[in-house]
Design a protein around this ligand. Structure first.
Ligand code: JHZ
Length: 418
């Protein structure tokens, strides 16, 4: 239905890229990325559209590991126009996210006052709105999603609609020339050509510009077996070593790093120009020395993910056999991966609640399980409710205390019943 391609070689260090001209067979001992994890055929995690074809399309979800720089990347790339033009994921307006924004702003302020900011992948403009409320004077977002750019503009956040490339970057730079800060939260993992992305960053940043990227840290994904964060939007699973290697030969270096608890464990990585007058912060060396990720960590995570799936399937089967009802909470991309990995249908999972109006009335991609409004939890009182938004579990458990008082049990797929 649309053309997929696989990236030839590691997108950070180039390992495994063909050295022979097209049409000439590579030697048997040529460098190759190593397959380390597969979830088989999976649907697109955020294809909540009522478009049947998109909803039911399945593609191989396979991870390849680079033994040189320790990046892990998907074996295929779904074109961004398919994934993002009409996007259903909006930045959560939750207390957890509000706290994260506050920590992120303190982190930025430890280096630079963000008076003028460009945000790449600005979604519905929520973070820029927050920065404005905290004193930012000039802000501009860039986002490929038409529906979300429109929401941002309605909220008076200037937004350029499109993927981050030379053209959109320069339109943003017309609005905010030489920004104090460029932010890219959970965007790096979505980008196929990272070298080009870094080149474009170079073209719109000045000597004093601080670049802040936020990425999920592969170390935590592997330790905590967060396999449900592996889906088609996430093309890469970063280590600090792989990002350092991406920056080799570019005008940028890693300047400072801080780990945040958001989204299952993410890194805030500050980049500075190599000729910027200050030495890298001690956090860079400290954190690189803790990392040490190998192919074996990925293989062990694969085994662990099978156990998580088996445990969840068995819990649901036992509950159903005893005449109990099971639902889900949070139609996150992670929920799509979980439901499909467990091969659940509406026979097992009565419904999944979600606060996002765009997702309600649709089915979890690849399944016939309906997404409904959150009020359904108390109306139907399922005996068990699987948390798809486990990254917000503390907040959800507090918010839904009545459900638990009435006997409902939340199940964190990565832990036991809560
Ligand atoms: P949430 C997203 O992944 C999308 P997802 C994206 N691919 C990305 O990179 C990562 O984030 C970082 C709902 N919810 O944020 C809202 C409730 O219903 O974990 C969301 O649909 N009630 C760009 O999709 C979903 O759960 C609530 O109380 O895995 C959470 O999705 C709360 C707090 C959330 O991201």
């Amino acid at each position: 239905m649309f053309k997929l391609h696989g990236r030839k070689g590691c997108r950070c260090c180039g390992f495994g890229a063909p050295k022979t001209p097209p049409g000439i067979k590579a030697p048997a001992n040529a460098d190759k990325l190593i397959p380390v994890f597969s979830l088989g055929l999976q649907p697109l995690s955020n294809a909540f559209a009522k478009d049947d074809e998109l909803q039911s399309a399945h593609y191989p979800l396979e991870v390849l590991f680079c033994p040189k720089c320790t990046l892990a990347q998907l074996s295929i790339v779904v074109p961004p126009e398919i994934l993002y033009t009409n996007y259903t994921y909006t930045t959560s307006r939750s207390a957890t996210m509000q706290r994260h924004f506050e920590s992120l702003l303190s982190f930025i302020r430890s280096e630079q006052e963000p008076k003028s900011v460009i945000e790449i992948g600005s979604n519905d403009g929520y973070f820029l709105e927050y920065l404005k409320s905290q004193g930012a004077e000039h802000v501009c977002g860039i986002d490929p999603s038409e529906n979300l750019s429109e929401i941002a503009r309605k909220n008076l956040i200037q937004t350029i609609c499109g993927v981050f490339d030379k053209e959109t970057a320069h339109l943003a730079a017309d609005c905010v020339p030489v920004p104090d800060v460029i932010v890219a939260r959970h965007v790096f993992g979505h980008v196929d050509d990272l070298k080009d992305f870094v080149k474009t960053l170079d073209s719109i940043s000045g000597n004093h510009t601080l670049i802040l990227i936020e990425v999920p840290w592969a170390k935590r994904l592997l330790e905590r077996c967060e396999f449900d964060t592996i889906y088609f939007e996430h093309l890469s699973y970063f280590t600090i070593k792989s990002i350092a290697s991406l920056l080799d030969g570019t005008p940028f270096r890693i300047h400072k790093i801080h780990e945040f608890p958001v989204h299952g464990g993410a890194l805030g990585i500050m980049l500075r120009r190599r000729d910027y007058e200050s030495t890298p912060h001690a956090s860079v060396q400290n954190m690189i020395s803790q990392e040490g990720i190998s192919k074996m960590d990925w293989e062990l995570m694969g085994e662990c993910s099978s156990r998580v799936v088996e445990k969840l399937v068995s819990l649901v089967r036992t509950a159903k056999a005893a005449g109990k009802t099971v639902a889900g909470y949070g139609a996150s991309a992670k929920m799509t991966v979980l439901m499909n990995a467990c091969k659940f249908t509406r026979k097992e999972i009565a419904f999944v609640t979600d606060t996002t109006p765009m997702k309600q009335g649709c089915c979890i991609p690849g399944t016939d399980i309906s997404v409904v409004d959150p009020g359904m939890l108390l109306r139907e009182l399922p005996d068990y409710t699987i948390l798809g938004a486990w990254n917000f579990s503390t907040e959800i458990l507090e918010k839904e205390s009545l459900y638990r008082t009435k006997g409902g049990v939340f199940v964190n797929p990565h832990e036991n019943a809560l």
